[in-house]
Design a binder for this molecule. Structure first.
Ligand SMILES: Nc1ncnc2c1ncn2[C@@H]1O[C@H](COP(=O)(O)OP(=O)(O)OP(=O)(O)O)[C@@H](O)[C@H]1O
Ligand SMILES: [Mg+2]
Length: 302
C-alpha cells in the first residue's frame, strides 16, 4: 500500500480555561489514515469534535497528545500548507470584495502568477456557478453563495489534499448535488478529500470511508458500504413484472422458503425526485439549466 496522505495517531485536545482547568475534551485518541484518492467523512452530532479534529490536522490548533503527519511531514510545514485546500466551517471572506477580487486575494497568498490566476478564477467561478455575480460584493451574498465562493477559494491552489468542514451547509439541493459531484470528481483525479458533515445523505453519496465521533471519541469506523450492510438481508430487484408472473414467483418462493416474502415497489430518493421537479420547472419557464460548466470540475484541477 502507498504511504497515507494524512495520518493521525492517538490525537487528543482538551480546551482549558484561563486557570488551565479542563473545560471540554473536544478530541480524544483520534487515529485516522487517509489513502490517496479517497473521500473520508467525519460524522457526528454538534460538538462531537469534527471541527476541532480538522483544525488539529491543519496545524491551526496544537494537540495535547498524539501525532499528525500530512504528506509525511508536520502540518505546520509551509510546503505542506501549499498542498492543502481548506474550506472552514465559517468562511472568513472580505465583505467588500466581489467574487473575483476575493479569489485574486487568495491566489496572491499562494504566489500564483497573474495570468494563471485569472484563468483559474474564471474556471472556478463557472464550476461553482458564480460567474454571473459580477461586481456584487460578497457581503451581499446569500449563505449558499458564500459557501460556493469558499469552495472555489479552497481549490485555487490546485491542492492534493482538500479539507472541507461542512461543505454543503446552507446549499440548496441543486448546489448540494453539484458540490457532491465536484468532490467525487476531485477524488477520481487522485485528490484526497477529508470532509465533515452531519448531513447523512450527503456523506453516504460521496464518502468511501467514514468515522462517527461522539464526545471526541471514534464510535464507528470503516468503509461505508460495509457499515451499512444489513447481515442476512438480501434485496431482489425486478423490472416490469406482470401480475401473473409476479404471483408465480411468489408461490415458488413460498414453496421454497415456507413463508411468503414481502414485496415492495422500488422508490427513488427524495433528492432525485426534487431535482427532477426543479429541472422540469426550469424547462417549463424557458430557463437554461444553469451554465453548462456548473458542477463540472475546473480544467486546471484535471
Ligand atoms: N475555542 C474553543 N474553546 C473552548 N471550547 C471549544 C472551542 N472550540 C470547540 N470547543 C468545544 O469542543 C467541543 C467540540 O467542538 P467542535 O467545534 O469540534 O464540534 P463539531 O463536531 O465541529 O460541532 P458542529 O457540528 O456544531 O460544528 C465542543 O464541546 C466545543 O464546545
Ligand atoms: Mg463543526
Amino acid at each position: 500500500m502507498s504511504d497515507p496522505i494524512l495520518s493521525t495517531e492517538d490525537l487528543g485536545k482538551t480546551f482549558r480555561d484561563f486557570w488551565r482547568r479542563p473545560r471540554a475534551r473536544a478530541v480524544d485518541s483520534l487515529s485516522l489514515s487517509l489513502e490517496p484518492g479517497e473521500v473520508y467523512g467525519l460524522l457526528g452530532p454538534n460538538g462531537s469534535g469534527k471541527s476541532t479534529s480538522i483544525k488539529l490536522i491543519l496545524g491551526l490548533l496544537h494537540p495535547d497528545k498524539g501525532r499528525i503527519r500530512v504528506f509525511g511531514k508536520s502540518p505546520r510545514d509551509v510546503k505542506v500548507k501549499h498542498r492543502i485546500g481548506y474550506l472552514p466551517e465559517e468562511s472568513n471572506l472580505y465583505p467588500y470584495l466581489d467574487a473575483r477580487e476575493s479569489l485574486r486575494f487568495t491566489a496572491a497568498l499562494f504566489g500564483i502568477d497573474p495570468e494563471e490566476r485569472e484563468w483559474r478564477i474564471t474556471q472556478l467561478l463557472e464550476m461553482v456557478g458564480l460567474s454571473h455575480t459580477g461586481r456584487r460584493r460578497i457581503g451581499e451574498f446569500s449563505k449558499g453563495m458564500a459557501r460556493r465562493i469558499g469552495l472555489a477559494q479552497a481549490l485555487i491552489n490546485d491542492p492534493d489534499l482538500v479539507i472541507l468542514d461542512e461543505p454543503t451547509s446552507g446549499l440548496d439541493p441543486l448546489g448540494t448535488r453539484q458540490v457532491k459531484d465536484i468532490i467525487r470528481s476531485l477524488a477520481e483525479r487522485g485528490k484526497t478529500v477529508l470532509l465533515s458533515s452531519h448531513l447523512l445523505a450527503d456523506v453516504e453519496d460521496v464518502c468511501d470511508r467514514i468515522c462517527i465521533l461522539y464526545g471526541g471519541i471514534v464510535r464507528a469506523e470503516g468503509p461505508i458500504r460495509e457499515l451499512l450492510q444489513v447481515a442476512n438481508h438480501l434485496q431482489l430487484q425486478l423490472e416490469d413484472l406482470d401480475p401473473e408472473k409476479r404471483n408465480q414467483l411468489l408461490n415458488l418462493l413460498e414453496d421454497m422458503l415456507g413463508k411468503r416474502p414481502q414485496l415492495e415497489p422500488s422508490r427513488k430518493d427524495l433528492e432525485t425526485f426534487f431535482l427532477e421537479v426543479v429541472a422540469k420547472a426550469r424547462e417549463d419557464s424557458g430557463e437554461a439549466s444553469g451554465t453548462r460548466k456548473e458542477g463540472e470540475l475546473a480544467e486546471f484541477l484535471v
